[in-house]
Write a new protein. Structure first.
Length: 390
């Protein structure tokens, strides 16, 4: 296990009465805030009115930024920053899924800068200050409610980039599982895949060879997410299943399972960000289309043992004499599970032709260079990976 430091400063308030604790928890953050929501669901479900009521009880005046879309865009971030600066707002509340939370974080950082916050995503600037962020997730997926990461698409340049800072960890996040009851079937499944991929990236890509603690933490969460995703698809308003899925998705990217595995890239996310930027597919759907093929590519590069282990421990695959055969069967088994929950399992399922591989790879290279991994994930390597995913 490699040297690591682990600190997660986000306070979690979880359960059926979580929303009712907002008044108490936000006192001291300021008298005016920005609420960030998506297009319709927060208002339609009544969640927005409940949050506003709690804020007003605390003597806080809310301002609204609405219309955040899936794969959130930079222009909406700029709109929020302008609202914060013009009205002297002191903190940001995110009520929605990962796109809403990422937008809120970018606004919180950008409102404290004279420069364009996009320069942070390009790796040209560091975040030195940010407004406090409060998260109320309505989708079990991104884990943004308990980490310092954000992903934004620049609709002018066509790049979807990730950035992060310890200053972007939410001050407090309120996890009310009932807010996820109305999540559409496809996005429930996509959210489960997103959370699984957050666990698989360090599981497969961490350089340290002996990580039994991290492996079994990840494997336990993956098995839970797989089972609870199926249950939520079968019984969308079952509180216990929604609660289990929500907490597992939060734990999937709060830093715990990554601690000690060593520095590692997120290549599946790297490539998917380009796919969703170009084709506007849902993030979880893009990850699903890549994962089985990426596992096959990983196994073919002389690293089949971990993929085979994943198959045995998470998918019930029998152990084969040849580890490569085991790994390939694990990838196939995971693809079958994706089909079971009605997710794509290849790029062809998203109607993305092989002729587009070079375009995707060149787009992904921009992020690869920012992350300093272009030697390992060049255009040629990314195109090779994509060929396994077609």
């Amino acid at each position: 296990m490699e040297y690591f430091e682990f600190c997660n400063p986000t306070k979690i308030v979880f359960g059926k009465s979580a929303i009712e604790e907002i008044t108490k928890e936000v006192k001291g953050l300021g008298s005016k805030c920005l609420i960030v929501i998506g297009r319709k669901s927060a208002k339609k479900s009544g969640a927005y009115d409940k949050v506003v009521s709690q804020l007003e009880k605390a003597g806080i005046q809310p301002f609204l930024l609405e219309g955040v879309q899936s794969n959130p865009i930079l222009s909406k971030v700029h709109e929020g920053i302008e609202m914060v600066k013009e009205n002297g707002l002191s903190f940001v509340v995110a009520l929605g899924g990962g796109s809403v939370m990422d937008t809120a974080k970018a606004v919180a950082a950008g409102a404290c800068m004279d420069e364009d916050v996009w320069q942070v995503f390009e790796g040209k600037l560091e975040i030195e200050k940010a407004l406090p962020v409060v998260c109320i997730p309505t989708l079990a997926a991104s884990g943004s409610e308990m980490n310092g990461f954000m992903v934004i698409t620049n609709e002018k340049s066509g790049y979807k980039l990730a950035a992060g800072s310890p200053l972007l960890y939410p001050k407090v996040s309120f996890l009310a599982p009932e807010l996820t009851f109305s999540v559409p079937r496809n996005y429930t499944a996509y959210g489960g895949v997103d959370a699984i991929c957050h666990l698989l990236e360090p599981y497969f890509n961490g350089p340290y060879p002996y990580t039994p603690v991290q492996d079994q933490l990840a494997e336990g969460l993956i098995r839970t997410i797989m089972a609870e995703t199926e249950e939520c698809l079968s019984s969308p308003t079952d509180y216990d299943h929604r609660a289990s899925l929500m907490w597992a998705a939060t734990l999937a990217l709060n830093g715990l399972t990554r601690a000690g595995v060593g520095d590692h890239p997120f290549p599946v996310h790297l490539i998917e960000h380009s796919i969703s930027a170009i084709y506007h597919v849902a993030h979880g759907a893009g990850l699903a289309a890549l994962l089985p093929g990426w596992m096959k590519w990983k196994a073919s590069k002389g690293q089949p043992q971990k993929v085979a282990q994943f198959g045995r421990r998470c998918l019930g695959c029998p152990e084969e004499k040849d580890s490569l055969d085991s790994a390939l069967k694990a990838a196939e088994a995971f693809g079958k599970w994706l089909a079971k929950i009605e997710c794509p399992k290849s790029l062809a399922d998203l109607d993305i032709p092989s002729e587009d591989h070079e375009k995707i790879a060149k787009n992904a290279l921009f992020q690869s260079k920012i992350w300093g991994i272009e030697a390992d994930y060049s255009v040629e390597v990314i195109m090779e990976i994509l060929s396994f995913c077609q």
